[in-house]
Design a protein. Structure first.
Length: 249
């Protein structure tokens, strides 16, 4: 049955309408993905081809190959919050890609606060152990990138403010500020918990906190921290299919 379908699609891709060639490629790739217990995106979504977003990312990295779904989602989320007052922040910036996404989306000079050890991940707790050994456990010290490199990468954004140190050591320096968007991307339980509990009360009405690691089997502690914090704040996490989790104010 599958073979007949494959032959029929294959024949049509050679003789039929232009879209049939694409349909055939998609069919073959989809079957292969299913066989490997994976999946590929719907062939009719068009976010992958968003030229404006690609241009934004090529400013950050001229060799940026193709749109990454989490960055695309973050960009659209940030753009939808531009009308709000309040500043923006990121906990866990590494080389600065998602901070670039946020500041490019806002297109104004409101301060963007960046908190990072610039020495990589902190120590994991027992909550950070993946459920199965088929998933690699992240280690302390991974994702280390020097502050100066991130500063250089974000040179086009003079309103970026850097706070080097272990979360939450330097949070008190922004304790009197209000935020409309906070991105949390620190992978493990403790810094995710500390970031959410500090920043959520400082979000303006309509603001959002997004956790980049929420739906990843490599980061069970981030999910636990978000769920517990949301519960204590009387909120539910919105789990989006990119793997991100959001809490709205
Ligand atoms: C996965 S990377 C972030 C990726 C980044 N958002 C991007 O756009 O590429 C995680 C970052 O969190 C930082 N980090 C992890 N745990 C931390 C902690 N406890 N305190 C401060 N920074 C931390 C690491 O140094 C690293 O830069």
């Amino acid at each position: 049955m599958q073979l007949r379908k494959l032959l029929r699609y294959g024949y049509r891709s050679l003789t039929g309408e232009p879209h049939e060639k694409r349909d055939f490629s998609f069919y073959v790739m989809n079957q292969l993905a299913k066989w490997l217990d994976m999946r590929i995106y719907n062939k009719h979504t068009n976010w992958q081809d968003d030229r404006d977003f690609l241009a934004v990312m090529r400013r950050f990295d001229p060799r940026y190959p193709r749109i990454k779904e989490r960055q695309f989602f973050l960009y659209n989320l940030a753009r939808s919050l531009r009308h709000l007052p309040g500043e923006t922040a990121e906990c866990g910036a590494l080389g600065g890609a998602s901070s670039h996404v946020i500041m490019s989306a806002f297109e104004d000079d409101r301060p963007h606060h960046i908190f990072d050890s610039f020495s990589g991940l902190s120590e994991p707790t027992e909550h950070d152990k993946p459920e199965t050994t088929e998933v690699r456990a992240l280690q302390a010290g991974e994702f280390a990138s020097p502050l100066e490199a991130t500063r250089r990468n974000l040179a086009e954004h003079p309103h970026a403010v850097f706070y080097k140190g272990w979360i939450p050591e330097r949070f008190d320096e922004v304790a009197d500020k209000q935020f409309c968007l906070v991105s949390v991307d620190v992978d493990f339980y403790e810094p995710t918990r500390d970031s959410v509990l500090f920043f959520f009360p400082r979000l303006v009405a309509g603001g959002a906190l997004v956790c980049d690691d929420y739906g990843f089997s490599t980061c069970p502690g981030a999910k636990k921290a978000m769920d517990e914090a949301a519960e204590s704040l009387g909120r539910k996490v919105i789990h989006v299919p990119t793997g991100q989790g959001l809490i709205l104010k």
